[in-house]
Design a protein around this ligand. Sequence first.
Ligand code: IVH
Length: 688
Amino acid sequence: MDRKTAQERIARLRSDIRHHDYLYYVKDQPTVSDAAYDKLYRELVKLEEQFPDLVSADSPTQRVAGQPLTSFPTIEHAAPMLSLDSDQDEATLRRFDERLRKGLAAAGTSDVEYVLEPKLDGLSVELVYRDGVLQHAATRGDGRRGEGITANVRTILSVPLRLREPAAGERPVPPFVAVRGEVIMHTEVFDQLNERLIAEGNEPFANPRNAAAGAVRQLDPQMTAARPLDLYAYDILASEGVEVATQWEVLEALRGWGLRVSDLVERTETLDGILAYHKGIEEKRDDLGFEIDGIVIKLNDLAARETLGWTSRHPRWAFAFKFPPRKEITRILSILPSVGRTGVVTPVAIMLPVEIGGVTVARATLHNREEVARKDVREGDRVRVQRAGDVIPQVIERIEEPERAPEDRAPAWTMPAVCPSCSTPLVERGPFTVCPNSFECPAQLAGRIVHFASRNALDIEGLGDETAKMFVAQGLVHQLPELFDLKAEQLVHLEGFAEKSANNLIAALAKASHPELQRFLYGLGIPEVGVSVARDLARHFGTFAALRGADEAGLQEVPGVGPRMAEQITAFFREPKNAEVLDALLTKLQLVETAPAVPSDSPAAAVLPLAGKKIVFTGGLTRLSRREAQELAERLGARATGSVSKSTDWVVVGEDAGSKADDARKLGVAILDEDGYLALVREHGVEI
Ligand code: IVH
């Protein structure tokens, strides 16, 4: 065959195969037999082999392509990927509806129409198409930037590599569109995957969402392809040349371009309509073949959405009405104490495995010894277990068994006197029981390693629970810094490791050795310092040295840091053993430090209009999030502080403000409401 004929035939084959893929994977309505499809596919493969220069990235043969990556690139989203306000309470839904209607009425609109969609329990991703061709795909990440997982998303057969040319009268494929959707794993695939993992001696995934996340984060797209995923599209994040006025039209457009859109979507104008839909979907929930955790209610009219706006994290025009968590009954086989990274010993119920919402649960937390006593839960008892989203399943109550004589029950469970990991005598702290051997207890060290390596900390791929325990048990790591001295040769002989995985982990450690300050801080596991406090501390102090040297008063200048937290932080740094570990750690790592948001003592800050001013925010703001309000202040050179004193310049009082507003009045500090604050900011040249 000559080149020109081959080119034409290839184009024809691709177009036919795409069409059959669409009918099969998106519409679930194939029109040709598998054999007929395979024939077309094989012909295309053969021609592309003969004419390799005619292979293009959007060819159906190129779904699983490219070399494994060593890391995922960071990708900025076309528009922020916000999350939804959510609740399972009907009262909260009613408030959402009321507030929305009020907001629209104020803008002169009384028509309200909602689009109702199932809330898929997967992973939110962005797909970017240019001239109809899939350019890249990214995870949600922090909402602004995510990880580029293009090669992996390409393996999802319901994701078109090229958007479908719509029929006449439908919306044309635009030059640019960024689509948001949810990657999910069907329960059937999930069950098979877990069976395989168990058979291979690996840990199964707790739920399909985690399994989908695991599949999407494989560095080798072959591995993703071996764990088939699906994608439902539900939003256009940004676009050029797309004319849509409503969410309903958005869904139609997405469908028209060959993306999979749920066919369970509906419209309603009333709260009763929402409630009926919620009930109906919940009844169908177990028959869908994938997990959903509620419904999403969205205002249909896109222009009307603009009048309602957003808080920093949630649009005010949408709401996720969740389903109540699932509960099942099973029997406790034993109760084992488990030592966490902070030394807290948690009683864990080992149970007869039970399926809760498609997931097999065999362990559940009993929180602490007082909970065990209060619930009077003992080994051998029948109990009700709850699983909600990805949280650890919990034992919620004991089921009475009147037919069983009380003396047949096991004796009441008690905490052991010594740590199950290091045999140090345990101490009681309120309802909690703690192993005080913070620095030498192997279980605590393993827990600290896992935390340090976790997603929001140094994000070290391949360093999970089992691996950390093994490193500690084998004496490879006696303290966190030693992690960075590990060599591939030491790992290859360990159970579960081979040359490749050993090299990968060493590479991941090397990659993680330049952490951003906030990730490092979070990873240290300082009591009370979660992701957002770590971020605020990093922003405020800029460098680790500045934070480490801060006293309690200095720490309390950070909004959201109260006396208790300040004390915990200084105590952490004062502890000589922590200081020793930190010093060693700092020789292994190069922290990525940024200047504080406003280095208030720098000469540059002095020229800002509000330089040296202190502002305290209290109560809820309606048009700005607290963070946005603080950022505005900082941009003008002011400092947002946590407590009101005589030196405070303004207290901005929002809804339901508490004692800080009273303090301001007592001290005679100027009080602004939200409008007043916005006026102040505008007056100084910030446009909002
Ligand atoms: S809309 C601004 N629609 O639920 C609108 N989200 O926080 C944002 N989700 O992160 C999302 N099904 O991962 C939307 N039909 C649906 C959804 C959906 C599932 C997820 C999404 C989002 C989370 C809500």
